[in-house]
Design a protein around this ligand. Structure first.
Ligand SMILES: Cc1cc2nc3c(=O)[nH]c(=O)nc-3n(C[C@H](O)[C@H](O)[C@H](O)COP(=O)(O)OP(=O)(O)OC[C@H]3O[C@@H](n4cnc5c(N)ncnc54)[C@H](O)[C@@H]3O)c2cc1C
Ligand SMILES: NC(=O)c1ccc[n+]([C@@H]2O[C@H](COP(=O)([O-])OP(=O)(O)OC[C@H]3O[C@@H](n4cnc5c(N)ncnc54)[C@H](O)[C@@H]3O)[C@@H](O)[C@H]2O)c1
Ligand SMILES: O=C1O[C@H]([C@@H](O)CO)C(O)=C1O
Length: 485
């Protein structure tokens, strides 16, 4: 990337957004400095900077980083000013693809990079490594940040690079929760899935697998088990709760999904905890032993037992003790000036429901990145007002008997009214004690039907529960809900 000196010489502006250069020179609060002072300090600053100084540094090269980079470019603030420090070997990509198109069997045209770099998942441009170069964005690959010093505004990477930042955007996401090594969590054949290297390793195991065990009944469990059906594998899902997707689905909705999976040959072991994973004579995983002593054989195990926010080495910035993650305000500012956190790792005010939340879904990664960078670059004091949106798609591979796609908007609180069946579609409405519609789920909707969901969840209309309960079809139920807007 161009050095700060070159950037200043090229008239690309000074460090006025962050004022860190001024502070470093003892000039005091940049925001208060006159334009003339700023210009003067800028040229002095440029003279003393070497190219270890970066105006904007994003740590983490995932979904949020890709969308943040796009926003920098849109504002003409990337070229020579922005550096992304990534643990991964490739530019940011749309992580959701890893348990969807990426896991199609070889003959069913699986998705592969560079096909799904951000921002294609929301209809944007595909930002390949060339795109970052063309836009003057420095990307450090496979060089995670290992140490952070807020006082000197420096980062140290695993290769020993010392980077000085003006503004720092933490977008380190989450890491997969793991089963302990002492119970076999690291055995060959045991997989976790967070990045493309994990997905490649899983694909190579699926190619040789016969019997697989999926541990965890959440998003990864549901998506990976469905993918395994595409490979015709003997698949068992094991989880501690009494139904799948316990954080979102109602027992009755989960039952419909479980039946559909069973029709596809998937077996369920519910209410079960893993005691240990055993290895065969070749050292590879050979079975899962449950706490009740029963044994489920497997040559491949996929563990999807949740994710943990990657706060290290930024703990000193301020971790929220209730939801984990780095605490930020409605503009993604942390307690330390010029440090921001976005995406999965950010504990932010969820304005609609007046609570601090972390959201581990891609829509928030995209929107938080855009909001943070826009407010940073334009100095607009606009509060993030997020409407939670989750979705999944499974059994999408060619030849599957039933493709599944669903969306959920809002908050899953209150009593529920469920309408319909997989033949042809399902809707679930969450309604609070004031009869306000708080959350809505739709499976196999049309684009027009799906577009109604955010309107309903955002405006939370009072609905006629008796009328909704008597709906004869999902279309009818959605019309009843629409008429209450
Ligand atoms: C397999 C899978 C499928 C998913 N499917 C869906 C879906 O269908 N729908 C949905 O809404 N959400 C989905 N999600 C969630 C979604 O992908 C995340 O919410 C989103 O990726 C979060 O973006 P992020 O940038 O905050 O974190 P990430 O995309 O995880 O990016 C974080 C990046 O930071 C890097 N990093 C971490 N620590 C450091 C460090 N110290 N130095 C440098 N780099 C570091 C990581 O290697 C990673 O590249 C899925 C997640 C997974 C794992
Ligand atoms: N469509 C999507 O939005 C999507 C798809 C895939 C992954 N993701 C994201 O990836 C991350 C990881 O997904 P995930 O499915 O692992 O998390 P999750 O939180 O969705 O599900 C975790 C599941 O693990 C199980 N579990 C928890 N502790 C366990 C234990 N000790 N032993 C056995 N089972 C246990 C429970 O059944 C729980 O439902 C999350 O952030 C998730 O949001 C999202
Ligand atoms: O949001 C998403 O992005 C990817 C894919 O669309 C990228 O091409 C995917 O599978 C999603 O669910």
């Amino acid at each position: 990337m161009a050095s700060a000196a070159a950037a200043a010489a090229a008239g690309m502006g000074c460090y006025s957004q962050t004022s860190w250069a001024l502070r470093r020179l003892g000039a005091g609060g940049g925001a208060l400095a006159s334009a003339a002072t700023r210009r003067r300090n800028c040229s002095v600053a440029a003279a003393v900077f070497d190219n270890q100084n970066r105006e904007y540094v994003i740590v983490g090269g995932g979904n949020a980083a890709g969308y943040a980079a796009r926003t920098f470019v849109e504002h003409g603030m990337a070229d020579g000013r922005l550096c992304i420090v990534s643990k991964e070997a490739v530019p940011p990509y749309e992580r959701p693809a890893l348990t969807k198109g990426y896991l199609f069997p070889p003959e069913k045209k699986p998705a592969r990079l560079p096909g799904f770099h951000t921002c294609v998942g929301s209809g944007g441009q595909r930002q390949t490594a060339e795109w970052y170069k063309e836009n003057g964005i420095e990307v450090l690959y496979e060089d995670p940040v290992e140490a952070f010093d807020g006082k000197t505004q420096t980062l140290k990477t695993s290769s020993g690079k010392i980077l000085k930042y003006g503004s720092l955007i933490i977008s380190t996401g989450c890491a997969a929760a793991r089963l302990p090594e002492k119970i076999g969590g690291d055995l060959p054949g045991v997989h976790y899935i967070r990045d493309v290297a994990d997905a490649d390793s899983l694909v190579s195991s699926l190619g040789k697998a016969k019997k697989i065990v999926v541990i965890g009944g959440g998003y990864i469990g549901m998506e990976v088990a469905a993918a395994a059906c595409g490979w015709n594998l003997d698949t068992t899902i094991i989880f501690p709760e009494d139904h799948i997707m316990p954080r979102l689905f109602t027992p009755s909705l989960a039952k419909k999904y479980e039946e559909l999976y069973e029709q596809n040959g998937v077996k369920f072991v519910k209410g079960a905890l893993i005691d240990k994973l055993d290895a065969g004579s070749d050292g590879r995983v050979s079975s899962a032993i449950l706490k009740d002593g029963s044994v489920v054989e497997a040559d491949t195990v996929i563990v999807g037992i949740g994710a943990k926010p990657s706060v290290s080495p930024f703990e000193a910035v301020g971790v929220n003790i209730e939801v984990g993650g780095i605490e930020v305000d409605s503009m993604f500012r942390t307690s330390i000036p010029s440090i921001f956190a976005i995406g999965d790792v950010a504990a932010f005010p969820l304005k609609m429901y007046d609570r601090i939340a972390r959201v581990e879904h891609v829509d928030h990664a995209r929107k938080s990145a855009q909001h943070c960078i826009e407010t940073l670059l334009t100095s607009q004091a606009k509060a993030y007002d997020y409407l939670p949106y989750f979705y999944s798609r499974v059994f999408e591979y060619e030849g599957s008997s039933r493709k599944i796609w669903w969306q959920f908007y809002g908050d899953n609180v209150g009593e529920t009214i469920e309408v319909g069946n997989f033949d042809p579609k399902i809707a679930t409405f969450w309604i609070d004690s004031d009869s306000r519609l708080k959350g809505v789920f739709l499976e196999s909707g049309t684009p027009e039907e799906f577009s109604l969901l955010p309107k309903l969840a955002r405006s939370q209309p009072i609905v006629d529960k008796a009328k909704l309960k008597s709906a004869t079809s999902v279309e009818d139920a959605l019309e009843i809900a629409r008429s209450s807007l």
